[in-house]
Design a protein around this ligand. Structure first.
Ligand SMILES: C[C@@]1(CC(=O)O)C2=NC(=C\c3[nH]c(c(CCC(=O)O)c3CC(=O)O)Cc3[nH]c(c(CC(=O)O)c3CCC(=O)O)/C=C3\N/C(=C\2)[C@@H](CCC(=O)O)[C@]3(C)CC(=O)O)/[C@H]1CCC(=O)O
Ligand SMILES: NC(=O)c1ccc[n+]([C@@H]2O[C@H](COP(=O)([O-])OP(=O)(O)OC[C@H]3O[C@@H](n4cnc5c(N)ncnc54)[C@H](O)[C@@H]3O)[C@@H](O)[C@H]2O)c1
Length: 207
């Protein structure tokens, strides 16, 4: 399968996860940074899912799956350990809803990549289902390579880009956008000296 990669905006849309085990927990964790309305349907859930439910960030329908559970869902995760239940979830899914099956059977609208998040920097890895273990290994390598400093770094780049676009035009704009990737900026962010990045930018903008 040649999958089409994309980043979905699911703010305030409903995501239904059927199942409450280890795999359901992974899917919920991946959804948490979004502002989706997250609903778990399962008679039992893991201890970590219980914490999210008690915190009110995940809703729990403590019951066996029924077709009406996916009404209004934009995306659906069939993540139970029972093929017949995952089949029933698939059957209840309308053509306009997006379905992922953790058992990789039947209708597969999308698969889940491994994700390294550093604020706005989102690095995703997939083997198109060939080897989730390799996916995890590559994720660990990427997580090492792109450390936590990338969160403030990319936040600075985003702010700086807006200021450059609002202030400069033509070649000057192009040149400064390119200069934003000066390794010194990353170095300052790494050292926690973000004010030096801002001072550098002010000077370059001449304001
Ligand atoms: C990325 C990640 C995200 C996530 O789960 O959300 C993810 N699997 C992860 C880990 C992982 N999964 C499995 C192992 C054990 C080693 C092994 O079996 O190889 C490990 C490794 C580990 O945990 O270390 C077992 C497994 N996975 C699937 C099946 C069913 C099958 O293939 O038949 C079975 C066998 C079940 C069985 O035999 O019973 C299927 C899928 N798993 C996918 C995603 C999709 C394709 C991803 C890709 O393109 O590579 C896909 C197709 C569907 C989907 O779930 O979307 C997450 C990364 C964790 C992280 O981020 O650290
Ligand atoms: N994508 C992945 O990363 C990955 C990894 C391992 C396994 N898998 C697949 O995912 C499946 C689930 O794995 P797991 O480790 O989470 O299993 P698990 O046994 O920990 O969890 C299964 C969950 O399904 C719930 N469930 C069972 N019947 C239900 C029903 N009728 N309605 C609602 N919920 C119901 C159970 O209460 C339980 O919470 C595996 O069988 C395998 O096919 C996928």
């Amino acid at each position: 399968m040649n999958y089409f990669p994309m980043l979905l905006n699911i703010e305030y849309k409903t995501a239904v996860i059927v199942g409450g085990g280890h795999v359901a927990e992974q899917k919920v964790k991946a959804l948490l940074p979004t502002k989706a309305n997250i609903i778990v349907v399962s008679p039992e859930v893991t201890a970590q899912l219980k914490v999210y439910i008690e915190q009110g960030i995940v809703a729990w329908r403590q019951k066996y799956f029924e077709p009406s559970d996916v009404n209004d869902a934009t995306i659906i995760f069939a993540a139970t350990d029972k093929q017949e239940v995952n089949d029933a979830v698939e059957e209840a899914t309308q053509h306009w809803q997006l379905l992922s099956r953790a058992d990789a059977q039947g209708r597969v609208d999308f698969i889940n990549p491994a994700v390294v998040r550093r604020g706005n920097l989102i690095l995703t890895i997939s083997t198109s289902g060939a080897s989730p273990k390799l996916t995890r290994q590559v994720k660990e390598e990427i997580a090492q390579r792109y450390g936590d400093e990338y969160e403030p770094y990319v936040a600075f780049l985003g702010e700086a880009r807006k200021k450059v676009l609002a202030t400069l035009k033509g070649e000057e704009k192009k040149a400064l956008l390119a200069d934003l990737l000066n390794p010194q900026i990353l170095q300052w962010t790494k050292q926690g000296e973000i004010e030096k990045c801002h001072a550098w930018l002010q000077q370059r903008l001449g304001v």
